[in-house]
Ligand binder design. Structure first.
Ligand SMILES: N[C@@H](CCC(=O)N[C@@H](CS)C(=O)NCC(=O)O)C(=O)O
Length: 249
């Protein structure tokens, strides 16, 4: 999605870097890590998703799906976490967060796309195992949400999560299978190389590490993935990770 034109024109008058985000959101972590890697100052607009602070007409006028993160850079509004971090790496080239050679750059983009395609399964796993009940909406909250949310997939997801029985068993089983397939692929890659896209830390690692953080907190069985554990321990030591993730969670 990348750069958008929001209905709310006040966002376009902001100067500097402004991030609409939530402390525990994995997509927000990606952007915070990138900002810390680049050592650029930014202004925080924290929205607590557990208090539905993103479900307001004002925020839907900035982000059409009411999701975090949204980055505003000198009035330019950017959504979709993987697009945002790619944008930031173009705007602030030092240190570079993409591999030097074209082939590894292609691999990096492939891993980023894979993560974006699996977002729904991460969300399903988290809602099924950790946050579903606290995010369930009552009838009047659902009616309010229906008025704002134009995206069918998100609407359906939140309606299903708000049923007394929660998300369907079929949806949860599919998510677990898809996530295990993905992490098995990463595990195999990390057997041959230090980082997901080659021999340098890159946007691909920044895209995937928040998924480890979030899923691990919901007891995803990472003990079956020793190379992923070695990789996450290396990232844990980076000052960017400590500032962007540990200090926010
Ligand atoms: N593809 C989007 C997904 C953004 C997303 O789903 N964000 C979650 C937090 S990680 C959110 O805002 N959820 C709120 C909701 O579902 O209402 C991205 O990468 O930015």
């Amino acid at each position: 999605m990348g750069i958008i034109t929001p209905t709310n024109k006040t966002a376009t008058t902001l100067t500097g870097l402004h991030l609409y985000h939530f402390s525990k959101s994995n997509c927000s972590m990606r952007v915070r890590i990138t900002l810390e890697e680049k050592c650029v100052p930014w202004v925080s607009h924290h929205l607590d998703l557990h208090k539905a602070e993103n479900i307001t007409p004002e925020y839907f006028d900035i982000h059409p799906k009411g999701l975090v993160p949204t980055l505003v850079h000198d009035g330019v509004v950017i959504i979709e976490s993987t697009d945002i971090i790619y944008y930031l790496d173009d705007a602030y080239t030092n240190p570079p967060l993409r591999p030097k050679n074209k082939l590894d750059q292609k691999k990096m983009l492939g891993w980023m796309r894979l993560a974006a395609d699996h977002h729904i399964h991460v969300k399903t796993y988290m809602f099924a195992n950790q946050i579903g009940k606290s995010m369930a909406k009552n009838e009047s909250e659902l009616n309010f949400y229906r008025q704002l949310q134009k995206n069918e997939e998100l609407l359906e997801f939140h309606i299903e999560n708000s049923l007394p029985e929660g998300l369907s068993k079929k949806r949860i089983a599919k998510a677990i299978k898809k996530l295990n397939n993905c992490f098995s692929r990463i595990e195999r890659k990390l057997e041959e190389q230090e980082w997901t896209a080659g021999d340098a830390f890159s946007l691909s690692d920044i895209t995937w590490i928040p998924l480890y953080v979030t899923l691990h907190s919901a007891k995803f069985p990472f003990e079956n993935y020793p190379n992923i554990i070695r990789w996450k321990e290396a990232i844990w030591k980076r000052p960017s990770f400590q500032k962007a993730v540990l200090e926010w969670t």
